[in-house]
Design a protein around this ligand. Structure first.
Ligand code: PLP
Length: 357
């Protein structure tokens, strides 16, 4: 066993700080990363890989983007955390509200899991109910909730679970945690209708899709508005930042205006906010999304395998874990780092030059 992993296992649970990093789904030992630049990462043995994980979708501009590095460096020189308001938080919140017509106010938190917990806690308070319909194919972080499980793209399975106990339906508007699954035509609209009819809060978990599939996320792409939206990954530019947001009337139930208590020592951290602002500013150029999409299509078609893709998120179809593990390690040999699990999505960034794909 590699010494680094042996040491890590001694002091960290399973040698990692998030289970999928342990490579359990592909076998073998995890690759320890030394540095990243643009589309490339280097491991501790100085092997170079084109990275298609991109911090699980967070790094839409690639590793160590010069503008992000400059913004973060400038921010940290002024102090890394105050636990008090800073003007830049308003700037980032305003950018998010501008991108998502369904969001009038946001609350910043530090992880996607927290964003989901905040949105659900608010939904429970708004409805006085406790159950949540989610989809088997979707992931919303590691918090435990009173979940009822429906099947993605199957409205009938949702209708079977609807009752006056259900506070919210939460969905990834493009599923990115069972490979990539695009919503079938009418699916998101159908969820909207079910929620309106039964006074259920519709939560779009856009932790992956927000600013990824379009500047205004899946809501821009599919033209369906959620009541509450969860964001993460891209809005923090590779730093711990996430958010939940929605209409004023709903969000104003959160403390300090309302009774739904939610708080965080590092929420709206100035360094993470500086990174987020720089990323969103760069993404404002709509050409970027067209270019990302073209590059991703080029890669997917070039692989000559069955694939699924929405914008710059993609996955390939495999029959089982063993088959995927074979693919994963063959790609590693060739210098390409894909997600170390067949259930995870892969991502292209603006830094992936076509000639290197
Ligand atoms: C759709 C979705 N929601 C929530 C989360 C949880 O986010 P975090 O890992 O930042 O807690 C993830 C993580 O990958 C995710 O993909």
């Amino acid at each position: 066993m590699d010494q680094r992993f042996a040491q890590a296992k001694k002091y960290l649970v399973g040698g990692v700080n998030s289970p999928v990093r342990a490579f359990g789904a592909v076998g073998g030992e995890p690759i320890f990363i030394k540095r990243g630049q643009g589309a490339e990462i280097r491991d501790q043995n100085n092997r170079k890989f084109i990275d298609y994980v991109m911090s699980w979708g967070a790094l839409i501009l690639g590793h160590a983007h010069p503008k992000v590095v400059a913004a973060v460096t400038a921010a940290v020189k002024n102090g890394s955390s105050f636990g008090a308001p800073t003007e830049k938080e308003t700037e980032l919140a305003k950018m998010i509200c501008g991108a998502f017509p369904s969001i009038e106010k946001v609350r910043f938190v530090s992880s996607g899991t927290e964003a989901v917990m905040g949105a659900l806690k608010l939904a429970f308070a708004l409805t006085g109910r406790k159950k949540v319909i989610k989809f088997r194919q979707c992931y919303h972080g590691w918090s435990e909730q009173d979940y009822l499980e429906a099947e993605y793209n199957n409205l009938g399975s949702v209708k079977n679970l609807v009752s006056d106990k259900v506070a919210a339906i939460i969905v990834e508007p493009v599923a990115g945690n069972s490979g990539v699954i695009a919503p079938k035509s009418g699916f998101l609209e159908g969820l909207r209708k079910i929620c309106d009819k039964n006074k259920i809060i519709l939560i779009f978990d856009e932790v992956i899709t927000g600013f990824r599939v379009a500047y205004g996320g899946a809501q821009e792409l599919y033209k369906v508005k959620a009541d509450l939206t969860c964001l993460g990954k891209i809005i923090g530019g590779g730093f711990p930042l996430a958010a939940f947001g929605g209409r004023k009337g709903l969000m104003d139930q959160v403390a300090p205006l309302g009774l739904v208590y939610q708080a965080g020592t590092l929420s709206g951290n100035p360094v993470a906010v500086a990174a987020g602002i720089e990323v969103l500013k760069t993404l404002k150029d709509k050409k970027i999304y067209k270019d990302l999409e073209e590059k991703t299509r080029y890669l997917c078609e070039g692989m000559k395998m069955e694939y699924s893709r929405v914008g710059s998120m993609f996955s390939f179809k495999f029959n089982d874990r063993k088959e995927y593990a074979g693919f994963f390690w063959r790609m590693i040999e060739k210098g390409f780092y894909f997600a170390p699990s067949k259930d995870e999505a892969n991502f292209i960034s603006t830094a992936h030059a076509r000639r290197k794909i």
